[in-house]
Design a protein around this ligand. Structure first.
Ligand code: 13P
Ligand code: SF4
Length: 318
C-alpha cells in the first residue's frame, strides 16, 4: 500500500515538474524516494553549479535551507522552493553574523573563507565561500602572507590547514552534529570487521583529524583512506578496484553508492549518522511544494548581492 502510494506520488511529481517547468535538485543525503524524482543529485558544489546553469524557471531544492538560499542568490531571476522551510543545519547555526564581525575586527586584513554551510547573511560577510570539495583549492588561492579566517567547521578547517601546511589559518570552533558524532572508535571497529577494505571519509567528521595523523604515521598501511566530499566519494568508489568500503558520512549517500555499484559492499562507519534536517524532505512535501508552488526561499537583495561575490569565487575554483 505504502509502495503504491509512493510510486503514484513519484509519477505525479515527474509529470508536474515537466508541466510547470521545474527542475528538482537533490543533495546526496536525501531519502531514496526523493533522489529518485530528482533531475540532478550531487554535493553542495555540484548542486550550486547546477543551480547556476539550469534552464527551468523554478528550482525545487531538496536539501537544507542554506543550499536553497545559495541557489536563490546565484539565480535571482528564478523561483527557488524548499519542500520544508524548517530544514536547517546545525553547522550553519554554529556562527552568528555578530560573532563573525567581531572575529573579523580581531584580525584586520585577514581573508574570511566560509563553508557553503552558512546563512546568506554570513556569506555576505565573506571574501570566499567554499565547499568540502574545493576548500583546499580555495585556501591555496589566497596569498601566503594573508591570514585566513576559516569558518565554521573546525574539522574541515584542520584538514585544510594540514593539507596546505598553512600556519596563519584561524579556525572557528563549529561542527556538524552528524559528522562530529562519527568517532575514531566507530571507524576502527568497522575497519577491523572486514578485510581488504577502503575507507572513505568526509572532512567534516571528527575522526578526520586523528585519522590524518594515523595515515601520516603509516598505521593504515594496508587500508586506503581517502578524505572526500560526498560527490568525491561517489566518484572514487566507482573508479576503485576495491570491493569493500567503510563510508564515514551521513548514511543517505549509501543509496546512490549501492545503486551505482551493485557488485561492491558499502557499510556506514556509524549507522547513527543521520541528518534529521535532510530527512525532513519527504515525497509528500516535494509534491505539495510543487503543486502549490509554495515555500519560496528569498534572500534580500542587499545581502544576496554581497553574498554572490563570495559564492562566485567558490564556483570559479574547482
Ligand atoms: P558535501 O555534499 O558538499 O560534501 O557536503 C556535505 C554536507 O554536510 C552538506 O550538508
Ligand atoms: Fe548540516 Fe550536518 Fe546536516 Fe550537513 S549533515 S545539513 S552539515 S547538520
Amino acid at each position: 500500500m505504502l509502495m503504491q502510494k509512493s510510486s503514484h506520488l513519484k509519477d505525479e511529481i515527474m509529470k508536474l515538474k515537466k508541466e510547470k517547468d521545474v527542475v528538482i535538485l537533490a543533495h546526496n543525503y536525501q531519502i531514496p524516494d526523493v533522489q529518485d524524482v530528482a533531475d540532478f543529485t550531487g554535493d553542495s558544489l555540484g548542486l550550486s553549479r547546477q543551480a547556476a546553469t539550469v534552464s527551468q524557471k523554478t528550482i525545487l531544492f531538496c536539501g537544507v535551507n542554506f543550499m536553497a538560499e545559495t541557489a536563490a542568490i546565484i539565480s535571482p531571476k528564478k523561483t527557488v522552493l524548499l519542500p520544508d522551510l524548517e530544514a536547517g543545519c546545525s553547522l550553519s547555526d554554529s556562527i552568528t553574523v555578530d560573532e563573525l564581525r567581531n572575529w573579523k575586527k580581531q584580525h584586520p586584513g585577514a581573508i574570511a573563507v566560509g563553508y557553503v554551510n552558512t546563512t546568506a547573511e554570513i556569506k555576505a560577510e565573506l571574501d570566499y565561500c567554499c565547499t568540502s570539495s574545493n576548500a583546499v583549492s580555495v585556501v591555496k588561492a589566497i596569498p601566503n602572507d594573508k591570514d585566513v579566517l576559516f569558518l565554521p567547521d573546525m574539522f574541515l578547517g584542520s584538514y585544510v590547514a594540514k593539507i596546505t601546511g598553512r600556519k596563519n589559518m584561524h579556525i572557528w570552533a563549529g561542527e556538524c552534529h552528524v559528522h562530529a558524532g562519527i568517532t575514531p572508535e566507530d571507524v576502527t571497529k568497522k575497519l577491523n570487521s572486514m578485510k581488504d577494505t577502503e575507507f572513505v571519509i568526509h572532512p567534516e567528521c571528527s575522526c578526520t583529524t586523528p585519522l590524518m595523523y594515523d595515515v601520516a604515521d603509516g598505521s593504515f598501511d594496508d587500508q586506503k583512506v581517502s578524505i572526500l566530499s560526498t560527490e568525491g566519494m561517489l566518484n572514487h568508489v566507482k573508479k576503485s578496484d576495491t570491493r569493500n568500503f567503510v563510508v564515514a558520512t551521513e548514511t543517505g549517500i549509501l543509496y546512490r553508492m549501492k545503486k551505482d555499484n551493485p557488485d561492491k559492499t558499502f557499510i556506514p562507519a556509524s549507522e547513527k549518522a543521520e541528518c534529521q534536517y535532510m530527512k525532513m524532505i519527504t515525497l509528500e512535501k516535494v509534491y505539495d511544494a510543487l503543486v502549490h508552488e509554495k515555500n519560496v526561499v528569498t534572500v534580500p537583495k542587499n545581502i544576496a548581492d554581497k553574498a554572490r561575490l563570495a559564492i562566485n569565487r567558490m564556483l570559479a575554483i574547482s
